[in-house]
Design a protein around this ligand. Sequence first.
Ligand SMILES: [Zn+2]
Length: 165
Amino acid sequence: MAKVLVLNASYEPLNITSWQRAVVLLIKGKAEQVEHNGKMVYNNFPLPTVIRLRHYVVTPYKEIPLTRRNILHRDGHSCQYCGYTGDELTLDHVIPKSRGGGETWENIVTACVRCNVKKGNRTPKEANMPLRQTPRRPISSLYFEVTKHVRTGTHQEWRKYVIGA
Ligand SMILES: [Zn+2]
């Protein structure tokens, strides 16, 4: 079912909600419509896809779980050593576990089977296999969720509200 991107009063993405909840916020005057897809919920009431709150809301930082799915998404489903994209993707510890490398966003990257085997129990430097980008913890969990929707093509119209999506 259609989801709606909720922007803060500052135009920063705040969360993703159902269209029903978005309609309630609009009717109560707590939000204004920013984008709609042309479909009508009621007479002269277009189905929103992006709304903006009238008052600024302060939100706490939410942790993003360190999962295989999330690591693959961060790395754009591509091997961080050779750029391969396909089904044969694994997770690689940049500093091998046996040598003290941790289970962290900074130490786990997407790697194809070939690169993972080739690198073996070495660091990228020892293996002469530099990483294409430095692995980092994603900054915002919402940003992370929004980019997933944009990349799968379900909500292209959200793209302009998320830098780099
Ligand atoms: Zn590779």
